[in-house]
Design a protein. Sequence first.
Length: 526
Amino acid sequence: MLSLPISISRNDASFFCRCCVHGMQRRCGMGENVMNRSILLRLATLVFTLCALLLFGGVSRGTERQFDTLHEPVHSEYVPGEVLVNFGSLTREAIRSIKTSLALRTLEQIPTLKVERLVIESERSVNDVVLALLDRGVAFAEPNYIRHPTLVPNDPDFDRLYGLEKIGIEAAWEVVTGGEIVVAVIDSGGDFTHPDLGGNNWINAAEDINDNGIFDNEDLNGIDDDGNGYIDDVVGYNFAEDTPIPYTSAGDDFHGTHVSGTIGAVGNNGIGITGVLWDVRIMRVKFISGAGGSDFDAAQAIVYAVDNGARVSNNSWGGSGASTTLANAVKYARDNGMVFVAAAGNSRTNNDRLSFYPAAYPYSNVVAVAATDANDRLAPFSNYGVRTVDVAAPGVGIYSTFPDGEYGELDGTSMASPHVAGVAALLLLADPDLTPKEVRDILVNTSDPISALGTKVQAAGRINAARALECVTTGENCERQAPLPDPGRCGIVPGASNPAGLFFLLLTLLLFLPFRLLPLRLPVRR
Ligand SMILES: [Ca+2]
Ligand SMILES: [Ca+2]
Ligand SMILES: [Ca+2]
Ligand SMILES: [Ca+2]
C-alpha cells in the first residue's frame, strides 16, 4: 500500500477512500495493494491522502496511537496545588532533590501506574511546577484534572418516556438475561441498599464477615480480610472520601444510583424497573463527590475495578484535560481485558476535533457512547465524532433508580453509556472469551443503521442488543449493518463538477506528482 505519512490502518484507508474517492471505495475498501493499479487510481489515492491529511490530520482509534498531551487545552479545571508525576528512571537522590527544590510532598501513589500525587508547598502555580518537572526529566507531570458526571438537567424538551425496547432487549433476553459477571460503576456512589439494586451488588466474599451477602455493620472489622489493599471493601470502595462505603447521601450519589439501575436494576422481582441485565454483580466504585472527581481518584478507581475482577466498567463522566495518569489507567484496563464504556460528553461538540476524556482515549477497549432520543435522533446535547465516538444508545428521558428507593428520569450521555455497558456484559456472558476489542467491534457492526447518525458515530447507528447477541451465539448477522460513516467534511472531491475540487486536484498534481511518481512506477508483481 502507498505509504502514508501518518499511520492509518487498512480500515481507516477504506474509510477515507469512501469519503474522498467516489466510486473507488470497493477496491480500496478491500485493502488490496494499490501499487500496481492504474495511474489514475494512484493519483486519486494521492489526492484522497492529502485530503485526509488536510481535513482529518489524525488517526482513528482503529490504530492505537501514542497518547499526546501537547495539543490539549491548558485551561481545564484541576485540583489546585497538586500535580501528578511519574519520575521515570530518575534516581532516588534526584527525585528527592527535585521534590526539595520545588517544595513538593507526596500525598499518595498508585504503584501499578508508577504515578505519585504531590502537593505543592509553595506559591508556584500548577503549570509552573509541571513545566519545571518536565525540564528535570521526569517521565510525565500533569495537573490533577477534575472530571464531572456527564449529566444534563432534566429539561422538559427532552422529557420522553421509553424503555429498553429501542435496543431490542426483549429478543436479547431470550438468549441471556444476566448472570455472574462483574460490572464496575465508576461514578458517584450508588445506593446499594435500594430495594431494586441490593440483590445485584458485587460482594467481596472475604470481607463479608458474617457471610450474609449484605454489607452491614458486622462486616466493618477494620481488617483488609482479602489483602487487596482496602479495608472492609464489601461492595466496592469510595475513593472520593477514602472509605469502604461507596454511598454518602442521596444528593451526592443519585447519578451513580441512576446509572446502576440502567445496567442492572433487579429484573423479574415484581418491583420497580429492570436493568439491561436482570441479574449482575455491580461493583460500586465511587470517585465523584459533589460536582466532580479528580483524575487521581479516577485512576485509583479504575485500577481497583480491574484488580478486583470487573470485566466491564461504566464511565459516565469526563472532561477535556488530557491526562497521562487517566490514560494509563484505561490502558491498564485494556491490558487486563476490561471493556471500558465511556460517555461521549454533553457539550454538543465533535470529539474528533475537541477531545473529551476518557471517551477519546485511543485504546481498543474504549467504547465511546453518544446519546439518542426516542426517535433515534442524536440528543441535542450529545457529543459525537465518527472517528472517536463508537456507538449511540438512548440517553434522553431515561427512567431509572434514585436513592432511598425512588425512581426518576435523567438525560445525558451518562444515561446512554450504561445501556451499552449492560449489553457488553450480556455479550461476555454469552461468550466469556471475547476480547474488549471484539465486544466493541460487535457493538459497532450490529448497530441498527440510522441515517442521521451516519455523520455522527462510527457505528452510523444505534446499538441493537438482540443482533449483537445473535452474532455472538450463532455467528450470524455479524457483518456491518450500516454504511461506513460519512464525516461530511470531504466535499472537495477530485473530478467533481466543482471548481474548488478541480483546483485542489491541480494543486495536488503540481506539488506532489514529481515526488510521488517514482515509487508509483515501481512494479510490485512477483
Ligand atoms: Ca455482611
Ligand atoms: Ca479488602
Ligand atoms: Ca474487613
Ligand atoms: Ca425490579
